[in-house]
Design a protein around this ligand. Structure first.
Ligand SMILES: *Cc1c(COP(=O)(O)O)cnc(C)c1O
Length: 238
C-alpha cells in the first residue's frame, strides 16, 4: 500500500474510533476532554506514527523497548511540529528501564518492586523531570499478563511515592481474557477510587482497548489504549 492510501486508511479508522469515544462519553455523561486516546503502534512502522500525529493523535503506545527505542528516535528525527507523548504499555524488565526512561513520558506497567527501583534509578540518571508512572493491576491474577493484586497495590504505590524521580499518576489494567468486562470493570473502578483517596494525584485510569473501550469509558477510564481498531490487524509475532 502506498503512503497516501495508508494515510487515508488511518484517517478513516481514526474517525471511527473518535466517533466511538464520543458516543461512549455521551452515553455515560462523561466529558470527552477527560479521555486520552493512546494509539498502540506496536509492530507498525514509524511512518504510521508520523501519519497519526499528522491526523491529530498526540499519544503513542508501545510494548517492547527494542521496537520502541528506534521507532521513537525515528519519529524524533522527523522533527514534527507537535510533540509526541510516548507511553510504554508492555511488561518491563529491569535491564530495559535505562532505555525506556529516555523516551517514555508515561510508563503504564509498573508491577513489582524491582521495576520501581530500576525505573527510579534510571530516571534519576537520565531525566531532568520525574517520570510519570502507573501501577498495573491484575484483575484475574494471570501471571502471564502481569500486574499486582488489589491487596499488593498500596505497598507498591507507597514505594513509588518514596522515589523523587517517579510520580505516581494512577493505574493501568489489561482486561481479563476470560472474564466478562461488565463484571470486572466496576471492580477496577473501585480499586482506582481507593488509590485516589490515598494518593490524590493518581487520577489516571488506563483501561480499555479496541474491543471494550465503551465499557471502559463507562467505568471511568481516562486513557484508552487502542491498537487494532486504529492500525488494523497485527501480524502474528513469531
Ligand atoms: C497491544 C496492546 C493494546 C492494544 O490492543 P488492541 O486490542 O489491538 O486495541 C493495549 N494494551 C496493551 C498493553 C497492549 O499490549
Amino acid at each position: 500500500m502506498n503512503s497516501e492510501d495508508r494515510r487515508a486508511e488511518l484517517a478513516a479508522r481514526l474517525a471511527k474510533v473518535r466517533t466511538r469515544i464520543a458516543t461512549a462519553c455521551e452515553d455515560s455523561g462523561r466529558d470527552r476532554r477527560e479521555i486520552t486516546l493512546v494509539a498502540v503502534t506496536k509492530t507498525f512502522p514509524a511512518s504510521d506514527v508520523i501519519a497519526l500525529v499528522g491526523l491529530g493523535v498526540r499519544d503513542i503506545g508501545e510494548n517492547r523497548d527494542h521496537e520502541a527505542a528506534p521507532k521513537s528516535a525515528e519519529v524524533a528525527a522527523a522533527e514534527l511540529d507537535t510533540d509526541v507523548r510516548w507511553h510504554f504499555v508492555g511488561q518491563l524488565q529491569s535491564n530495559k528501564c535505562r532505555s525506556v526512561v529516555r523516551y517514555a513520558d508515561l510508563v503504564h506497567s509498573v508491577d513489582r518492586p524491582s521495576i520501581v527501583d530500576a525505573l527510579a534509578r534510571a530516571s534519576e540518571k537520565h531525566r531532568d523531570q520525574p517520570l510519570d508512572v502507573l501501577i498495573q493491576v491484575s484483575l484475574d491474577k494471570d501471571p502471564e499478563r502481569g500486574g499486582v493484586t488489589a491487596a499488593e497495590l498500596s505497598d507498591l504505590a507507597a514505594m513509588v511515592t518514596e522515589r523523587e524521580a517517579l510520580r505516581l499518576r494512577g493505574l493501568m489494567a489489561v482486561p481479563p481474557l476470560k472474564a466478562d468486562p461488565e463484571s470486572e470493570y466496576p471492580r477496577l473502578a473501585g480499586i482506582a477510587a481507593d488509590l485516589r483517596s490515598a494518593f490524590p494525584a493518581a487520577t489516571v485510569l488506563s483501561a480499555g482497548m479496541s474491543g471494550d473501550l465503551e465499557v471502559a469509558v463507562r467505568h471511568g477510564a481516562t486513557h484508552l489504549r487502542i491498537g487494532s481498531a486504529l492500525l488494523g490487524g497485527r501480524p502474528l509475532l513469531g
